[in-house]
Design a binder for this molecule. Structure first.
Ligand code: FEO
Length: 162
């Protein structure tokens, strides 16, 4: 059984994951309306992945006898100055999420709730990947800044995400 404190903290993370999903969906529609279908596709996949993260937390809460409480999702930005700006914001956001996961790990370890600690390790690894991917696209976009052919090529690459 989860402690009340962990149950609340995991529910807060469910909300954070849905907020992430909402943010990436907003980015996806932003790029779709700009004709950058590859960027739109990439962020839509990201939106779907974040919903899976939320689902993973919800399933876990239920499996430990807790109660899922879905709270309102706060508004997200709707505009970004450039693809680079969107990926910089993505990287910044993923770093914040990593911090949230680390706080949960610390809480689980403090309570000697090793099952929750173990579940969270999947997210610790996932965040390494999330930050690395976003950093990679920030670097790539800095390299091709002002080069439309570069943006065209990257748009094509992003459109191939499975
Ligand atoms: Fe659910 Fe992008 O972290």
């Amino acid at each position: 059984m989860l402690s009340k404190k962990l149950e609340e903290a995991l529910n807060a993370q469910v909300n954070a994951e849905f907020w992430s999903a909402y943010l990436y969906l907003s980015m996806s529609t932003h790029f779709a309306s700009q004709g950058l279908s590859g960027f739109a596709h990439w962020f839509k996949s990201q939106f779907e992945e974040e919903q899976e993260h939320a689902m993973r937390f919800m399933d876990y809460i239920v499996s430990r006898g807790g109660k899922v409480e879905l709270k309102p999702i706060a508004a997200v930005d709707t505009k970004w100055n450039s693809p680079l700006h969107a990926f910089e914001e993505t990287l910044k956001h993923e770093k914040i999420v990593s911090g949230l996961i680390y706080n949960l790990v610390a809480m689980a370890q403090e309570e000697k709730d090793y099952a929750t600690d173990l579940m969270l390790q999947w997210f610790v690894n996932e965040q390494v990947e999330e930050e690395d991917t976003a950093q990679g696209y920030v670097d790539a976009l800095k390299l091709i800044e002002g080069n439309n052919v570069g943006v065209y090529m990257l748009n094509k690459e992003l459109g191939e995400r499975k």
